[in-house]
Design a binder for this molecule. Structure first.
Ligand code: UDP
Ligand code: MG
Length: 319
């Protein structure tokens, strides 16, 4: 008989003290069932990453761990590094525990945890990356729903082919995590990276439940920052756009110059156009600042990558 795969279920958490006991219980139940049906190895475990919580999240993780011994592992960041780094740390640190496949899921279990079995089936059928795709966005507010859709559309237009509504609910194989480990980038936009890696992919569709305990840990600003870093770490199109805008504007101003020349020396109809002057100066100023902003975003990325600081700092861990 072939060896059963060791599964690590990775849960990033920021101030989720009330969700940890519930998540532990639900996820252990699911692991137990999979173990009972000989789908996964009994060495499979949960892996919590405390992303710098200020409440009792870490104490709750330790409690879960002492209750379930080595079936619940975890680590604590020295401060908040953001959900992408927490997921990354969970993946890389789980490598040390002979993990064969890795699933990442949110602590609030908004993502239907009963689908874990389906992820495993697709993995066994040969997929190296199984992406969870949410079937709807009814639990999101109007703004979040449409801004997220616009983001996926924009990413696709810019040449980064992420499936619309793919969330960070995902299974990856050991081989994929080992490859990811060779990417030294500081700013990781995981949805983009996993797409970039290649490998055989499959999809699991799931419904999103409303969050029952606590509030969302993302602010509009952090989502915006994630979107910008997603774009600037994967696409050069905005930079080319800057060049294109510059080119078009110089061409336009050349035409304007020619027409001014004709007005003055051939048609003798030069008008003192105060309004047009003000409008065009303001317009050009706006475009220039926008273009500088785009360039600054890339410069910022470059700056962070060049410093090559550690992507996260582990303060404590449970073995
Ligand atoms: N999270 C995290 N660090 C952060 C923000 C969020 O580890 O800086 C975790 C959070 O605890 C949760 C998951 O990432 O387990 C998804 O966050 P949340 O449920 O708040 O996002 P939403 O479902 O509203 O998009
Ligand atoms: Mg959530």
């Amino acid at each position: 008989m072939t060896k059963l795969p060791v599964l690590s279920v990775i849960v990033p958490c920021l101030n989720e003290e009330a969700n940890i006991p519930i998540a532990t219980q639900r996820l252990i139940e699911i692991l137990d069932e999979l173990i009972k049906n000989s789908e996964i190895s009994e060495e499979s475990f949960l892996f919590y990453v405390d992303d710098g919580s200020t409440d009792k999240t870490w104490e709750e993780i330790e409690k879960s761990s002492s209750e379930y011994k080595n079936r619940v592992k975890g680590l604590k960041f020295s401060r908040n590094f953001g959900n992408q780094k927490a997921i990354l740390a969970g993946l890389l640190e789980s490598l040390k525990h002979n993990t064969d496949c890795f699933i990442t899921i949110d602590a609030d279990l908004q993502q239907d945890e009963t689908k874990i079995r389906e992820f495993i089936t697709k993995y066994k059928n040969g997929a190296k990356i199984v992406c969870g795709i949410r079937t709807d966005r009814d639990t999101d507010g109007f703004f979040k729903k449409y801004s997220a859709l616009a983001f996926y559309k924009l990413m696709n237009m810019l040449g980064v082919n992420i499936k619309i509504n793919h969330s960070d609910y995902r299974l990856v194989s050991r081989e994929v995590v080992e490859t990811l480990n060779t990417f030294p980038e500081t700013n990781l936009f995981l949805r983009g990276i996993f797409n970039e890696l290649g490998y055989k992919k499959d999809y699991v569709y799931f419904d999103v439940k409303p969050r029952e305990i606590g509030k969302t840990k993302f602010t509009s600003f952090s989502l915006f920052a994630l979107a910008i870093s997603g774009i600037t770490s994967f696409s050069l199109v905005p930079l080319r756009l800057v060049t294109l805008i510059g080119f078009l504007m110089s061409f336009g101003s050349f035409i304007l110059g020619v027409s001014a020349f004709i007005d003055k020396y051939i048609r003798h109809t030069a008008v003192p156009g105060y309004a047009t002057t003000v409008v065009s100066v303001a317009f050009i100023g706006g475009i220039q600042i926008l273009c500088l902003g785009i360039i600054a975003e890339y410069l910022g990325q470059l700056f962070q990558e060049v410093k090559a600081r550690p992507r996260y700092i582990v303060e404590k861990d449970i073995d």
